[in-house]
Design a protein around this ligand. Sequence first.
Ligand SMILES: [Zn+2]
Length: 502
Amino acid sequence: MKNIILTIGAIVIGLTCIAQEYDENAEKYSKTITAGELKEHLYIIASDKFEGRETGKKGQKMAMDYLIQNFKSFGINPPENQEFTQTFNLVEQTTKNVNLTIGDKEYAVLKDFSISPSIIVKQNLENEIVLVGYGIEEDDYNNYAELDVKGKAVFIMDGMPKKSKISGEWSMKKRIELAKKKGASLVMYHSSKLKDNLIKYEHYYSKPKLVLKEDVDENETIALATTTAVAEEITTQAGMKWKKLVKKGMKEENGQTLKFTLNIDKPTEYLTSENVLAFIPGTEKPEECIILTAHYDHIGKEGDVVFNGADDDGTGTVTMLEIAQAFQQAVVDSTGPKRSILIMPVSGEEKGLLGSRYYSNHPIFPLENTVANLNVDMIGRYDESHSEEDNYIYLIGSDKLSSELHDVSEKVNELYTKIDLDYTFNDENDSNRFYYRSDHYNFAKNNVPVIFYFSGVHEDYHKETDTVEKIDYDKTARVARLVFLTAWELANREDRIKLDEN
Ligand SMILES: [Zn+2]
């Protein structure tokens, strides 16, 4: 049975390959994408005036205005009944004003403990701490399941005592989940790696956190990870001996009653940000849509130092402008694409793919009618495994959901652009995990086939030195043409590309 399906599949793919022929128009419009125009746009949006285009801040709004003004000047409109922007709400919190006292000791956030979720509404908690489930017998944990922890804090030890005969089934995760389910107001857990992590990732931990407002769950149980030193103090204050505890586990659930207070009043800011929507309606199958994305936000500025983000992702952003103009020229010539094209520069990427996440939660075109997403993020430089002579681009994701998409992409490149397509980072086991690290992922997780175009990380990545004079504009133009030509083929071919069965 399987073999027959495979054979039929092969014939179908074979036929579509034959159908994919050289298209004079495609080539003609792709040539309207020029290095000179890309450069002109990039020198504007990646200038100091745009203040590093930080999500929700002045520079991002300036870049948004610039994009809209250009789309308008090309004669492009937003999708029907839509504005040029899709606006979303954000909440930002710093890490300040978190005060914890346990017994008679005060502890400092990001030194003694870390706290989650990243956004917490004002809270004043005060109750006792119950030390739970850290034993050598299964029963020690079963007793924990019987304990009344409602409204209290539970304290959970990392891992198992040395002498424990139990493995796996009473994992820390399970103990944390149980505490939450039983209505604990706070979960404290000992993390032996925390101290090192707080030092190593200090920059990340201390930064304000920004999330979509719709993702804030006010009822989420607060969890607090403590360092080993703090865990030792807590257990000692509760009348237990640390060394004995680590070795032999805990027989009684609590030595002495231990009280805690936790006051949280973190400075909170409410912001809005925008995805930009430029729309080319399809002439024959307007309900089917190909979405092109690039994030136009970057990481802002620190004091007077502007992070220009020329490559990240200025190159992708200006590529969106040039591709839009190429498609619009076809529309003017009455040879517009058969399927619709949504060109969507998104924001919030640097804060955690927020703009594309919002779009995938609130799609303007149903995701099941979205044929593919082509995402462009950093295409103007070379990484350390390539030189300036190398005519290459990394492609990620092209074969993950639709092998037909992969074939289309390969064929387009063979017919027109002849770039060395490098699939190094497409490997499932690649430790960089780039497949999960840019906006296409929010489409892929919803079963929309994607291709991510990327020229790799360089020494100026996320530094103030990612500037316009270091960009190779000819290379950027070549990749932009490949993206345009792939979108053109996806929009104009007879049958919509299919998802693979598995
Ligand atoms: Zn980026």
